[in-house]
Design a protein around this ligand. Structure first.
Ligand SMILES: [Zn+2]
Ligand SMILES: [Zn+2]
Length: 95
């Protein structure tokens, strides 16, 4: 499997994994691994963070999207109902 980000730039590089969010294959350069807290529910109302963290691999686009700050100006914010579907340039990856 080849890296999608490299592929759309005309390069071929082996992928090391799949983005947890969008499932594209990414190489070491285009992958980012983040620590994920593991929690446990206690007495149905309290949640505690356990000492060991898991890991999760993302492509750079999804990591930036997931960690983006809130929009400051309210009128710039898009809601799900106001957002129209935008065409995206999808290159076909030869798996
Ligand atoms: Zn790559
Ligand atoms: Zn992704």
């Amino acid at each position: 499997m080849v890296c999608y980000e490299c592929f759309i730039r005309g390069q071929r590089r082996d992928a090391i994994g799949l983005c947890h969010h969008c499932s594209v294959a990414v190489c070491a350069e285009h992958a980012e691994v983040v620590a994920v807290p593991i929690t446990e529910k206690v007495l149905l109302v309290k949640e505690i963070v356990l000492p060991l963290q898991a890991r999760r691999l993302f492509c750079k686009i999804c990591r930036a999207a997931i960690e983006q700050d809130h929009v400051v100006a309210q009128d710039e914010a898009q809601t799900v109902s106001s957002r129209e579907a935008e065409p995206i340039d999808v290159a076909t990856v030869p798996w």
